[in-house]
Design a protein around this ligand. Sequence first.
Ligand SMILES: *Cc1c(COP(=O)(O)O)cnc(C)c1O
Length: 404
Amino acid sequence: MIPFSPPRIDQKVIDEVTAALQSGWITTGPRTKLFEKKITEYCQCKTTVAVNSWTMGMQVFLAWWGIGEGDEVILPAYTYCASANVIIHAGAKPVMVDINPEDFNISVAAIRNAITPKTKAIIAVDLAGFPCDYDLINALVNEPAIQQQFKASNDLQARLNRILVISDAAHSFGAKLNGKQTGSLADITTFSFHAVKNLTTAEGGAVCFNLPDSFDHDAIYTAFCTMILHGQNKDALAKTQKGNWRYDVEEPGYKCNMTDLQAAIGLVELERYQENLDRRKQIFNLYDNAFSAYSWALTPLHTTETKVTSFHLYQLRIAGITEAQRDAIMQVIFDQDVSVNVHFLPLPTLTAYKKRGYKMDDYPETWNKYHNEISLPVYFNLSDEQVQTVIEAVVKGVSTVLKK
Ligand SMILES: *Cc1c(COP(=O)(O)O)cnc(C)c1O
């Protein structure tokens, strides 16, 4: 069976995790701090806090920014449920909008139509690793007519005094827009280091802060590290210093810090990330070339003059088929021992959001992209022969189902 997205666990990772285990320090400590510093350097953002998942990083961030009851947050209907769930748990209303015709990302025109005086933030999702139009989104929130209707409800929001731009970069570590890395493109960027993501720490995530210079990013780092550790003003490492046992809790915080065991994996992953990206790009090119021979193949947009993807997901679409035919094609592919996937089931098709009144009919472009989409395996250890096997399985799947 060709798996869909296995982690790259080799002796190097095992040695680094073993070294962390043997160091005597296994929770948040020197390796986590180094990992944060390296992410800040790589992404060219202002500061980074490592956390135990994208989801908890965003959850704590929304609480810290004071987003809650009566607020609206705009996001695409085409994303993973985490992007919406954090908004619901914050007590705010997810305002779902449609995506672009030419890619899988949130439409800036749709964002514009959805903005109200209650809009506090926009969560743009770099689907499959392809960056959103952050230059346009950042310009939009700064337009005088839009900026003037913004109502701040606390000091942090008043200092920014406009809608906050958040990047859901769960897929897009290492992607670029106009030569700038994800992590530096929005006010706040959150990465996921879940097992299936481009860069993994088994479970994990990072919040990159890139607010205007009027914010003190050293103070933000300290405040956010406190928020992810129960609001306790000293972490476990600081408390081990001689006589330094007393602490205070200034506000009730959360508990979602990254451990040094996770950071050990992340440091190895980050060190060799370029070779990961290079191999992923090769695989994308092999798929592009192979499928260009078939008129039914709609290959994904992943590179333009201004944008470079992180090559996270290869979202192939099959022209002229129904959702049921897509599912049937996937079954034929699975029967040839090749794992494929669908990214994603649009949120309005899922019970939790249907119950809250979201309707698939309101997002035609999302449905258009979803109903004939199949994500193919892409990862460092996928060999050229395996890529060939995947291609043959897809071609067979399509011809089998379309013959019927
Ligand atoms: C994986 C994913 C998340 C959630 O990441 P976790 O680290 O598992 O919390 C959020 N958004 C998108 C688009 C994702 O694919």
